[in-house]
Ligand binder design. Structure first.
Ligand code: SAH
Length: 223
C-alpha cells in the first residue's frame, strides 16, 4: 500500500515545509525536542485528502470527512508535550484516531499506542497510512472511546481528541496511578484543555491548560 503515498512530499509538502512548521511551533512555545523531531519527520500530507494536501504544513485543522477534522499541529504538539512531560510512557490510550496523525506522532514517542475511533471508514484510512509509515506499535480499535478500552487498561497516559461535556469516569478508572490524561472538556466555544493526574484510586489533580476547539465526543459507533 505504501506506494500510493508520496511520503517524502514535494513543493508545498516537502521537508522544507515541515521544517517551517516546526519553526512556527517553536515560536508558539513548543519546547520538547522529541515532539518537534517527530513532527519534523512525519508526513502530515498523507493524513489529508490529496485536494487539501498543499495546506498540510500550515498550522490549521483541516476536514477529513464525516464532519471530522485533523487537529491543528500546534494542539497535537502541545498535548503530546504535556503527556510526555514527566516520564517515559509505555502504554498510551488515544480516543479519536481520526486521520491517525496524532497516533503516528505518539507512536514514535512511546512504547505502544491503543487508539479508538467510532467511525469505521476513518479508522480504516488511518490504518493504511500508519502501515505506509511502517508504524507497528499501534493497536486500532473500532468502538466508543467514551468507554475507554478496558481490555488493555491501565494506561500510563490517555489522550482524548474529541470533547465530552464532562470527563468520562471510565477513562479516569482506566488510568494507572501516577498516570496523566489530556482531554478537552466542555460545549462548543467553551472548551478547556485539561491535564489530569491520577494521584490515587480516588484522588485526581486537574490543571486547566488553555481554551481549545475540538469536535464533540459522541457516543455509539458508525460502521
Ligand atoms: N487526532 C485526530 C482528531 C480527529 S477529530 C486527528 O488529528 O486526525 C476527533 C475524532 O474523534 C473523530 O475522528 C471522531 O470520529 C472521533 N470520536 C468522537 N467521539 C468518539 C468516541 N466516543 N469514540 C471514539 N472516537 C470518537
Amino acid at each position: 500500500m505504501a506506494e500510493q503515498f508520496n511520503l517524502r512530499g514535494s513543493g508545498m509538502t516537502s521537508q522544507r515545509a515541515r521544517d517551517r512548521l516546526v519553526a512556527s511551533l517553536e515560536a508558539q512555545g513548543i519546547v520538547s525536542r522529541d515532539v518537534l523531531k517527530a513532527i519534523q519527520s512525519t508526513p502530515r500530507h498523507i493524513f489529508i485528502d490529496e485536494a487539501l494536501a498543499h495546506g498540510a504544513y500550515e498550522n490549521n485543522a483541516l476536514p477529513i470527512g464525516y464532519n471530522q477534522t485533523i487537529s491543528q499541529p500546534y494542539i497535537v504538539a502541545r498535548m503530546t508535550e504535556l503527556l510526555l512531560a514527566d516520564k517515559p510512557l509505555h502504554k498510551v490510550l488515544e480516543v479519536g484516531t481520526g486521520s491517525g496523525y496524532q497516533t503516528a506522532i505518539l507512536a514514535q514517542l512511546v512504547d505502544s499506542v491503543y487508539s479508538v475511533e467510532r467511525i469505521k471508514p476513518l479508522q480504516e484510512r488511518a490504518k493504511v497510512r500508519l502501515h505506509a509509515m511502517q508504524i507497528d506499535n499501534v493497536t486500532l480499535q473500532h468502538s466508543d472511546g467514551g468507554m475507554g478500552l478496558a481490555r488493555f487498561a491501565p494506561y500510563d497516559a490517555i489522550l482524548v481528541t474529541a470533547a465530552p461535556d464532562q470527563v468520562p469516569v471510565e477513562l479516569l478508572s482506566q488510568l494507572a496511578i501516577g498516570g496523566t490524561m489530556v482531554i478537552p472538556v466542555g460545549a462548543a466555544q467553551e472548551q478547556q484543555l485539561k491535564l489530569i493526574t491520577k494521584k490515587s484510586a480516588s484522588h485526581y489533580d486537574t490543571k486547566i491548560v488553555e481554551a481549545v476547539n475540538f469536535v464533540p465526543l459522541l457516543s455509539g459507533v458508525i460502521s
